[in-house]
Design a protein around this ligand. Structure first.
Ligand code: GLN
Length: 301
């Protein structure tokens, strides 16, 4: 049987269907375009044309089959392709970081709207791929952005994204994007009291209750880093720690923006109230779900 791009797509789609992939047609198409380093327009024009039997095509075909095999195992598409769009930028991802979610754009957009930037010093906790810190650096007018993660492997991904999107540590000479400074450590333990003090604290911490993780889609449950998801038995541990430990590092009047799970608004509000934060608001995402909690630290820090 002659081999065409269409026959390869059909093969991939059927293979993914057999393994209960939720988007077999779309995923097979993305993988085909990636393996054959081509685009949709080329695919549509040439899909029924017989592919020549040469070394290059054989290599691309075997790469495609290998990618389909991985996706059939439910490895996330983004980990196979190595990237995910976030805020209009392409972030490099691998299995050591949470894949940037559209949900999290709600947080970034809110920060950009409420604090477009006047040289503020920003702290991003649990930075992962660096998607929040780097998007803020690219779109706002801030001072330095300090991005912390406990995972050295995640920091390597964040560093790579700084290089790809900000043009290297500190940005290239001809760019004015603020520096994203990466630090390794367990939340505030990465910082120096008295020296590090911030105007804005942003974070998408792990917030899934431990017991809920087993019921998630295999892509998330089996292939995204557990430490980026697991927020302890009730999912709220990181909010408690941020409310308790954060004060030492916040300037008077500093603002806090935290991503939350859809059912955590009231609980996080209470944690922040108990911690002495004020002006607490719960913001919904485009799907109408509670997604971000914001608050102010109005006391002298
Ligand atoms: N929003 C992610 C999910 O639903 C979880 C992110 C997190 O724990 N910070 O998988």
């Amino acid at each position: 049987m002659k081999q065409t791009l269409q026959s390869l797509l059909t093969f991939g789609r059927e293979e993914l269907k057999r393994h209960n992939n939720p988007e077999p047609e779309l995923d097979a198409k993305y993988l085909l375009l990636e393996a054959f380093r081509t685009d949709m327009a080329h695919f549509l024009m040439n899909r029924s044309r017989e592919l020549p039997d040469n070394q290059e095509i054989r290599e691309m075909t075997s790469r495609y089959r290998e990618m389909i095999r991985k996706r059939a195992m439910r490895i996330p598409l983004q980990q196979i392709l190595g990237s995910q769009e976030f805020m209009g930028f392409s972030f490099w991802v691998n299995r050591h970081v949470l894949i940037p979610r559209q949900d999290t754009e709600t947080l970034v957009e809110l920060v950009l709207t409420e604090h477009p930037g006047q040289g503020e010093r920003i702290l991003d906790l649990c930075t992962g791929s660096g998607c929040i810190a780097i998007s803020l650096a690219l779109k706002g007018k801030y001072g330095t952005i300090t991005a912390v993660d406990l995972s050295p492997e995640a920091l390597k991904v964040a560093a790579k994204n700084c290089g790809l999107l900000l043009g290297g540590k500190g940005g290239k000479e001809d760019r004015t994007d603020p520096e994203v400074e990466l630090r390794h450590g367990d939340l505030f333990y990465a910082l120096k009291p008295g020296e590090d003090s911030f105007d804005l604290l942003v974070s998408n911490p792990p917030y899934i209750p431990t017991g809920v993780i087993e019921g998630l889609e295999p892509e998330v449950r089996d292939f995204e880093p557990r430490m980026a998801l697991d927020g302890s038995s009730d999912g709220l541990e990181f909010y408690r720690r941020i409310a308790l430990e954060g004060k030492t590092f916040l300037k008077k009047g500093a603002a806090l923006y935290l991503e939350i799970g859809y059912d955590q608004g009231a609980a996080v509000q209470e944690i922040l109230e108990d911690g002495g934060f004020s002006n607490i608001r719960i913001i919904r995402d485009s799907a109408g779900l509670e997604r971000v909690v914001t608050a102010l630290w109005s006391k002298a820090g």
